[in-house]
Design a protein around this ligand. Structure first.
Ligand SMILES: N[C@@H](CCC[C@H](N)C(=O)O)C(=O)O
Length: 273
């Protein structure tokens, strides 16, 4: 499945995550010797929600949260009759996500997710900066200087505003910044340019999988960082390599709402040992 080209191998036959999940993720996500994907997602039974998900990045590391995967999981749960509700809940390591589906011809197409309240305190993101909010904070890497805003959406993000995101050298700076000493748990890094107060262009280097076509939590972090710094409004369209996400950081409840598509591409069997 994919959410705007951020692609996942979805496995819904396990009761819990097996010990060998990291090796499984690395083998399956390999684009040449495996199926290919940005991550391996387990759909599991939940005692607190309609379904539970765990996501293992392509490098075998586990992520606390994934916006595009939550949309895929909710679609899968509805389309494959694990849940019959158009408003359902997905348990993640970052908490329980409320999800609303748009159904067309019996299948979920658009998915809206309550991604929760952003975490902005340095220590909690975590960012090695002792501050209430880490906003436009200087960061140096390989002789270059940037400024980042730290936001956790359950997983850590560093949002960097640049002149021209589509032309930015994501492959050059992404890996250096992901592993910077300011980020004790590493970070997903978003490079963002502002088009208007309600529209931005974003490219992303993801922790544990590299440059991807889209990142749901990254788009949420971007709108939070943009609004915090007065660059954009709290509701904006985020253009990504793989398409658009609508994001709103609600003034009423401080939660971030994400709306976008999810798609199932094919189903198959895994033969490798
Ligand atoms: N693509 C995701 C985020 C996946 C996890 C990330 N790589 C991490 O390690 O935090 C999204 O859509 O949010």
């Amino acid at each position: 499945m994919n959410g705007l080209g951020n692609d996942f191998i979805i496995v819904a036959h396990f009761e819990s995550v097996p010990d060998y999940a990291p090796q499984m993720a690395r083998a399956m996500c390999d684009r040449h010797f495996g199926i290919g994907g940005d991550g391996l997602v387990f759909i599991l039974p939940s005692e607190k929600a309609d379904v539970r998900m765990r996501i293992i990045n392509a490098d075998g590391s586990e992520a606390e949260q994934c916006g595009n995967a939550v949309r895929c999981v909710a679609k899968y749960a509805y389309d494959h009759k694990l849940s019959f509700r158009e408003a359902l809940t997905v348990e993640t390591m970052a908490g329980i996500q409320h999800v609303w589906l748009t159904i067309e011809e019996g299948k979920a197409t658009q998915v809206k997710v309550d991604m929760g309240a952003p975490i902005l305190r340095g220590e909690a993101i975590p960012v090695a900066v002792n501050a209430e909010n880490v906003v436009d904070h200087p960061i140096e890497a390989d002789g270059a200087a940037f400024a980042f805003t730290g936001v956790s959406m359950g997983n850590p993000h560093a949002v960097i505003f640049v002149e021209d995101a589509p032309r930015f050298e994501v492959e050059k700076w992404g890996p250096v910044l992901e592993k910077h000493s300011l980020f004790p748990n590493k970070a997903n890094v978003e490079f963002v340019s502002v088009i208007s107060p309600t529209e931005v262009e974003m490219r992303v280097w993801e922790r544990g999988c590299g440059q991807t076509y889209a990142c749901g939590t990254g788009a949420c972090a971007t709108v939070v960082a943009g609004a915090l710094t007065g660059r954009i409004e709290r509701r904006a369209l985020v253009h990504l390599k793989g398409g658009d996400l609508e994001i709103e950081w609600s003034e009423t409840d401080n939660r971030v709402y994400m709306t976008g598509p999810a798609e199932e591409v094919f189903a198959g069997r895994w033969h490798k040992a």
